[in-house]
Write a protein of this length. Sequence first.
Length: 104
Amino acid sequence: MFRKRAVIYPKDVVCLTGRSERYAQILLHQFRAFVNKEPHQFVAFSDFSLFSGIPEDIIRNLVGASLTDFAYINAVFRLQWLNNLTITERQSGDCSILSPSLKT
């Protein structure tokens, strides 16, 4: 059975922002200080949504996704980016954003 949770953890913030886990811990610490929460209190999705400006439904969808879903989304984004390159950009090999396996 799939259980939904109501709280956000630093690993979730890492997936949302793409930043390091330490940055996520600091961000949650700043949030707790901002709303006068104690260090042992949890941060709810709705609270983090208001603090970060990211809509709650996006947070819930991304947090509920598995790591393979993130890899798939990342691969689709890279392929879309590659398709948007002009022929000159493809020939020059200026694909610094792409991983070496996807360079043309």
